[in-house]
Structures are given as structure tokens and as C-alpha cells.
Ligand binder design. Structure first.
Ligand SMILES: NC(=O)c1ccc[n+]([C@@H]2O[C@H](COP(=O)([O-])OP(=O)(O)OC[C@H]3O[C@@H](n4cnc5c(N)ncnc54)[C@H](OP(=O)(O)O)[C@@H]3O)[C@@H](O)[C@H]2O)c1
Length: 264
């Protein structure tokens, strides 16, 4: 696994497991299988309602080798509620600390939530603070008012919506962009895209691997999700090849500049 140093010096794996829509025993089975084959970042959220299942699994592994991300959403939208819900995540995840806590999307109360997060960070309950789904304007406004620059902004990012401008602004200010839905959640026929297919053949890889490698190689950590163990292996096997400049250019041309999820 490769790591990215965040703005407070802690190291975040550049690839992790997304867990949206993984629930119950399937979630436990997939998270355990992923950790066993070398995933050490698990991305969850209070919204996904699977923190308990993830907690049931991670307690059987060496905690210091794992990087757990979770997110607060609208039910936590005040200082008091965020304070309460940080304890809930710690409790459900059955851990003494969370590696990265994000605000799931911009809320009117984001700064109050962030204040509660800052206190938990100072108490050693969180190792890094971040945000998610903040566009350029929302991010710049947020950092004007907060004391700790978010370590991460987790946003939609894939070959069809690369968000290079946002990445540049974030990096100028010390925040790492992390990609959610790095396969575009299979939209736009991602896995059978002819450009990705041609490049995949050249490197004897799959289209999924080319899509992940492109993001990692251009400085964006990724959190692909799969509910199939054989795909978990395929999706982490992206560290022993390098896309050349011509291929990067061809992939860059797939960027349509528009969200496929209508988030922004
Ligand atoms: N912060 C946010 O607001 C936000 C929003 C969306 C997502 N996220 C996070 O980002 C994670 C990833 O995003 P996502 O789950 O939306 O989508 P994704 O990772 O882009 O794609 C997942 C889809 O691709 C399929 N897949 C995975 N590996 C494959 C492979 N090697 N070959 C063919 N198909 C494959 C999966 O099916 P199978 O499961 O059947 O393999 C699933 O349908 C989420 O799970 C979540 O943790 C965060």
C-alpha cells in the first residue's frame, strides 16, 4: 500500500474500501476479506448504517494498521449533536479513535459541527478532520472561518468528472482531494468504455484498474467499493504499473466536466 501524508503529518492509505450499501453479514464478510488481502482504509458514514458491523470486524485486527474514516450528516447538524454523534461513532465502531472524521456535505451548521470535531481532535479521539462534497466556493468560505484546515475533501471524482480545478485549489490550501465513486458507480458504461478498454489491453489490466491507477497517479486517493471478494483483489492490484503520458492524455479527454450524480 502507498500512503499520502495529510496536512497534520498523519499518513492516509491512497486506496481504501468504500462501504456504501454494504450491510449486515455481507458487510462483515467483505470488510474482513478486504483487510485480510491488504486493504487498511475502510470508508464508512453514519448515513450508511454499517458502523456497528465494521466495528465487529475491526476489533479482531491490529487497530494501528487500520485507517477508519466516517462521516457526520444532517442529524448531527449542531455543536451539541455533533459532540454526541462523535461518541456514537466511536461506540458503534468499537474503537478509541477515528482516523478521519468528515462532514458528509455542507450544512448551514458545518462550522459548529467542526468546532465539536476540533475538540474531539484535541482530545485524541480523532486523528484528522475533513469535509466532503464541498465545492470550490463552499470550501474557500469554510476555510476562511475555521482554525484547522480540513485534511481531506472527499468528492465525486472519476474519469468522467475529474475535478482538476478543485484539486488545484484544495492543494494550494493544504487539503487532499479524495475520490468517491472512482468507478462512477458503474454509470456511463464505465467498465466497457472503449478508451479505458484499449488502454487496459495494452497494460494487461482491467478497465477498473486503469480508472483507479489514473486517479492515484494524478494525486487522488480512491475508495472503490465492491461486494465481491474477487473484485476486492482486482481493485487493490494497481501499484505495479504506471500509465504513460499518452495514455494519461487519452483518459483526461474523457472528462465531461459535469457531475454524474447531480451533487453540486
Ligand atoms: N462522501 C460521499 O458523499 C460519498 C458518496 C458516494 C460514495 N462514497 C464512498 O465512496 C465509495 C465508492 O463509491 P460507490 O460505492 O458509489 O461506487 P464505485 O466504487 O465507483 O463503484 C461501485 C460499483 O462498481 C462495481 N464494481 C466494483 N469493482 C468492480 C470491478 N472490479 N469490476 C466491475 N464492477 C466493479 C460494484 O459492484 P459490486 O459491488 O457488485 O462489485 C458497484 O456496482 C462508497 O462505497 C462510499 O464509501 C462517498
Amino acid at each position: 500500500m502507498e500512503f499520502e501524508k495529510l496536512n497534520n503529518g498523519i499518513e492516509m492509505p491512497v486506496l481504501g474500501l468504500g462501504t456504501y450499501a454494504l450491510r449486515g453479514s455481507t458487510c462483515e464478510r467483505i470488510v474482513a476479506a478486504a483487510i485480510e488481502i491488504g486493504y487498511n482504509l475502510i470508508d464508512t458514514a453514519q448515513m450508511y448504517r454499517n458502523e456497528q458491523e465494521i466495528g465487529n470486524v475491526i476489533k479482531h485486527f491490529d487497530r494501528k494498521n487500520l485507517f477508519i474514516t466516517t462521516k457526520l450528516y444532517s442529524p448531527s447538524a449542531s455543536y451539541e449533536r455533533a459532540k454526541r454523534d462523535i461518541e456514537k461513532s466511536l461506540n458503534d465502531l468499537q474503537t478509541d479513535y477515528i482516523d478521519l472524521l468528515l462532514i458528509h456535505e455542507p450544512y448551514r451548521e458545518s462550522l459548529s459541527m467542526y468546532e465539536a470535531m476540533k475538540e474531539a481532535y484535541q482530545d485524541g479521539k480523532l486523528r484528522a478532520l475533513g469535509i466532503s462534497n464541498f465545492d470550490k466556493g463552499q470550501y474557500l468560505n469554510f476555510i476562511r472561518h475555521c482554525e484547522i484546515i480540513p485534511a481531506v475533501n472527499q468528492v465525486e471524482c472519476h474519469v468522467f468528472y475529474r475535478q482538476q480545478d478543485l484539486q488545484n485549489i484544495l492543494e494550494e490550501n493544504g487539503t487532499k482531494m479524495q475520490a468517491w465513486s472512482p468507478f462512477a458507480c458503474a454509470r456511463n458504461n464505465f467498465f466497457s468504455n472503449p478508451v479505458l478498454k484499449e488502454i487496459a489491453e495494452k497494460y494487461s489490466r482491467t478497465t477498473g484498474q486503469i480508472g483507479l491507477r489514473y486517479l492515484i497517479q494524478t494525486g487522488v486517493p480512491v475508495i472503490p467499493k465492491s461486494s465481491k471478494p474477487e473484485r476486492l483483489k482486482e481493485n487493490i492490484d494497481v501499484f505495479d504499473f504506471t500509465l504513460d503520458g499518452e495514455d494519461l492524455k487519452k483518459i483526461r479527454a474523457l472528462d465531461g466536466g459535469e457531475s454524474l450524480f447531480g451533487w453540486y
